[in-house]
Structure formats: structure tokens, C-alpha cells
Design a protein around this ligand. Structure first.
Ligand SMILES: *Cc1c(COP(=O)(O)O)cnc(C)c1O
Length: 459
């Protein structure tokens, strides 16, 4: 479908003045809005006042805003974005040649900052609003460590205290991630810890536990709500995070428009849905307004298949069950991916916005097995040079699959995918793959039923 005959540069870099000055809120153009967050005690929609006890006021406003399509990006955030944005949109000429495909492949690279992923786009926004509210600091959890790293960078920039609860097993296995966070001034506590009531309770019940994301969330929320001048921040899943990540899609669209390129297929990996939601937002907006059609594909691990095998239902966002309920595609908050799962994207649920779009048939989803994901990662690293994060490699897998389909049919489709980050801290997973020790585990129906059994009974 691509038109222009001029040679497309290897990397399309926008000029600074072409960077977006407003985020795009796709919810404004959705006919069926995402379902509201519910108070777990009353099962009524969370009010701004209730949310304001946990989150910063301005972020609560963004979370609840289903009507304004464009929201100004404060100049302080634009200034920070300028340090590492615009990010390049790269034509994968070498990969195309290697695959001998007539397809045209582009990737939007978000790994070009020290935190190594797109998460900085939202971290800086959330830190800014916390500072503006006059808070002392923020708390959060981190699993693999990308979010904690991004947030610690953002907090140091605005001189905010940053308390990170890091899942104990990652704290021990990823000492370098931990030290990056500490270098940026964050305090990092292995979770579960003795510093919170919920942590002490969990430690008493399960001595020697290596922790979980759900437990770390509970500790971070408890700390934020029990300390004067602190709020809790989250790096994915929430509407506000998708909103901030729309800079990815807006830049992508501006770059494509500049050269008259129209994508046929847009692909992104999906954990909680923030990078994918951000990448597709402006394209989905065109689709929702009936202006243009695109094939949009979410890619998830076969071992944690929220979209492809999950239920669309209200569920807890954390295993500790302290957060509001969200209606989403979910495997149940008690679902834990198999221990052999190395490739990230292990969250049991999904953004409520993407869940609604998926349920309305406006996008599709595919699940892929991790050995196939690492094969794609290796191939990409060897040809295009960038060592991808395992999460990002899910998108690479499906981009290659689609390009190979074009080779069979002779179609010259234009494929755009999100390359969310680099994989330098994921060498344990790569080591497993390089040693031929990586295996695939696809949950059985019984595994999934056990997760669904823990869903709250809400219609
Ligand atoms: C966190 C992360 C993801 C997944 O999170 P989403 O919210 O689904 O985007 C993907 N890639 C990288 C590199 C990440 O750090």
C-alpha cells in the first residue's frame, strides 16, 4: 500500500519541532469506553477523591478522562523528552534482504535511553505531576527492573524521593539493575520486606519466599498511603500510562506521513499493554473515526496468554488484592506463569482500554512460544545489530512471520512494529537460550481454570 518512490532513509529522525506537544487520548474516540475501575470494598466506580489517596491528582484526572482527545504535554516534560526523543523509526532493510521478502519492515526503537525501554516516557510524566503537587516522593514496585530504572531516572531529574520494592528473586538475580536504580538515587528494598505490615505478614506466613509482583505492589501501596507526602505510581496497564506512551505512536505517524508511507500491519508486544496502546493510539483513532483501516496485532507469550485465552471480566490488578478492580482480559490474579518462563510479559491482566478495543474486534492478538521468540531475537540481533529485550522480541517474531507470509503471496505489505527496548540485563534468559536449555510451556486448560476460579464474582 506504500506509495512514495523516493528512497526512504535507513532511519527516519524527526526534527525537534515535529515532536508532539500533546498526548492523544484514544478513549475520546471510542464508542464503547473502557469499563471504570471499581472500589474493591463497595464495587462502585472509583471516585477521583478515592483515587487521589493513592495517585497524584493530575494523574487521577487523566485516568478518568474519557472525553478530551488531546492533552497538552507540559513544557518541562517536553524538555526532558528532548534529551532522548524523537526516537528513530528505522527501515529494517537488512532484515528484509535477509528474509528475501517483498514486505517493507519498519521498527520504532524505544531503547535509546539509559533505562533501555519506553517506560521512561511515562515515568517522567508521573514524576513531574508528583513534583508539581508538592509531594516528597513516590513508591512503586518493579519486577524485571525496567520500570524501577526509568522511574529512578525521572525522580532524580525532578529531585523526588523514589522508593522501589523489587521482587526479591530479581533483586538477587539482577544486581546490576538494582545498582543502576541506586546510582540514580532510588532506595531499593527486596520484597517481601520487614518495612511494611503486609510484608511482615507475608514473611511470617511464607518464610523464605522469593516474592512476587503482587506482593511488591501491596508493599508499595501501603508505604505510599501511610507516609505523608507520598503517592504510588505504576508503569503499565493504567489509562494514564497509555496516554503518555502515545508519544510513540504520534512520532511514528508523523514520520510515516512525512514520506507518504501507509502501514498495513502494526505489531507490538503486550504485557500490561502500555507500549502497544501508545504505538497504535493515533492509528486506532483513524480506525475508530472511520478514516482508515489497519491490521493491528498484539503479541503475547503462549505461557501467559491474557488476550488469546483469558476471560474478559472484572479482576484484581494485584495478587495482594489491595488495588481497584479492573475489567480486562485476564488469567486471574492468582495465575503465575510457569517457572521456565524467561521472556517477560508475565502480567496476568491487560489494559482495560486495549481489552475493550480487542473485545470490539478492532485489533487481534497472537501468542508465541519463547524459543521461537528468542530465535527471532537472535536473528534480529545478528542482522540489524540491536540486542532486543525479550519482550520486544515477541513483536519481532510476528513481524518476521508476517514478512514471510508476504514472501509466499508476493504481497508488498508495509509492516511497522514497536522495538520497546534493549536486552542487556536479560542475559540469564539469553544464556539459557544459547545453552539450548530453553523450553516452552503452554498452560493446560486445568492451569487456566485454576486462575479463573479466583476471579471475583462480579457481573
Ligand atoms: C515493560 C516492558 C514491556 C511490556 O510492558 P507494556 O506495558 O505491555 O508495554 C515491553 N517491553 C519492554 C522493553 C519493557 O520494559
Amino acid at each position: 500500500m506504500s506509495t512514495n518512490n523516493t528512497q526512504i532513509p535507513y532511519k527516519i529522525y524527526l526534527e525537534e519541532k515535529e515532536m508532539p506537544r500533546q498526548w492523544y487520548n484514544v478513549r475520546a474516540h471510542m464508542k464503547n469506553k473502557p469499563a471504570p475501575l471499581l472500589n474493591p470494598a463497595t464495587l462502585q466506580p472509583m471516585t477521583a477523591r478515592e483515587l487521589g489517596q493513592v495517585f497524584c491528582d493530575e494523574l487521577v484526572k487523566q485516568e478518568l478522562d474519557d472525553s478530551n482527545p488531546y492533552i497538552d504535554i507540559p513544557v518541562e516534560i517536553v524538555d526532558f523528552y528532548k534529551m532522548y526523543r524523537p526516537s528513530p523509526l528505522v527501515r529494517a532493510y537488512c532484515l528484509e534482504k535477509k528474509l528475501q521478502t517483498p514486505a517493507k519492515i519498519y521498527y520504532k526503537f524505544e531503547g535509546n535511553n539509559t533505562s533501555g525501554s519506553h517506560k521512561l516516557n511515562s515515568a517522567i510524566a508521573q514524576a513531574y505531576y508528583a513534583k508539581k503537587q508538592g509531594l516528597k516522593g513516590v513508591t512503586t514496585e518493579t519486577g524485571a527492573g525496567q520500570w524501577g530504572t526509568a522511574l529512578s531516572m525521572a525522580c532524580s531529574y525532578f529531585d523526588l524521593d523514589c522508593k522501589v520494592y523489587m521482587v526479591k528473586v530479581s533483586y538477587e538475580q539482577k544486581p546490576f539493575r538494582r545498582e543502576v536504580m541506586r546510582t540514580y538515587g532510588a532506595s531499593v528494598t527486596p520484597s517481601p520486606s520487614e518495612t511494611t505490615e503486609v510484608g511482615r505478614r507475608i514473611l511470617a506466613e511464607h518464610p523464605g519466599t522469593t516474592g512476587s509482583l503482587g506482593c511488591a505492589i501491596s508493599e508499595a501501596v501501603e508505604t505510599a498511603t501511610s507516609m505523608e507526602g507520598y503517592r504510588y505510581v505504576l508503569g503499565s496497564v493504567l489509562n494514564q500510562v497509555l496516554l503518555h506512551q502515545s508519544v510513540i505512536g504520534l512520532e511514528t505517524k508523523t514520520a510515516l506521513d512525512k514520506y507518504g508511507i501507509v502501514p498495513d500491519i502494526i505489531i507490538g508486544c503486550a504485557g500490561g499493554g502500555s507500549n502497544l496502546g501508545g504505538l497504535i493510539s493515533p492509528f486506532m483513532g483513524e480506525k475508530l473515526r472511520g478514516e482508515r483501516d489497519y491490521q493491528i496485532i498484539a503479541v503475547e507469550p503462549a505461557s501467559c496468554p491474557s488476550f488469546t485465552r483469558g476471560r474478559y471480566a472484572y479482576d484484581y490488578c494485584d495478587t495482594g488484592r489491595v488495588c481497584p478492580l479492573s475489567k480486562m482480559y485476564t488469567l486471574g490474579s492468582g495465575f503465575i506463569p510457569s517457572a521456565n518462563h524467561a521472556g517477560g510479559l508475565r502480567y496476568h491482566g491487560m489494559s482495560s482500554t486495549l481489552s475493550q478495543l480487542y473485545d470490539d474486534g478492532l485489533m487481534e492478538a497472537r501468542s508465541v512460544e519463547q524459543t521461537a521468540v528468542f530465535q527471532a531475537a537472535e536473528q534480529f540481533a545478528r542482522i540489524e545489530g540491536i540486542l532486543p529485550a525479550p519482550e520486544s522480541a515477541h513483536a519481532i517474531r510476528v513481524a518476521i512471520d508476517e514478512a514471510m507470509k508476504c514472501k509466499e503471496t508476493g504481497e508488498t505489505k508495509t509492516i511497522v512494529f514497536g522495538l520497546t527496548g534493549t536486552g542487556y540485563f536479560d542475559m540469564v534468559a539469553y544464556e539459557k537460550y544459547n545453552n539450548g536449555e530453553m523450553t516452552d510451556y503452554i498452560p493446560t486448560e486445568a492451569d487456566l481454570e485454576a486462575g479463573f476460579a479466583g476471579l471475583p464474582k462480579i457481573l
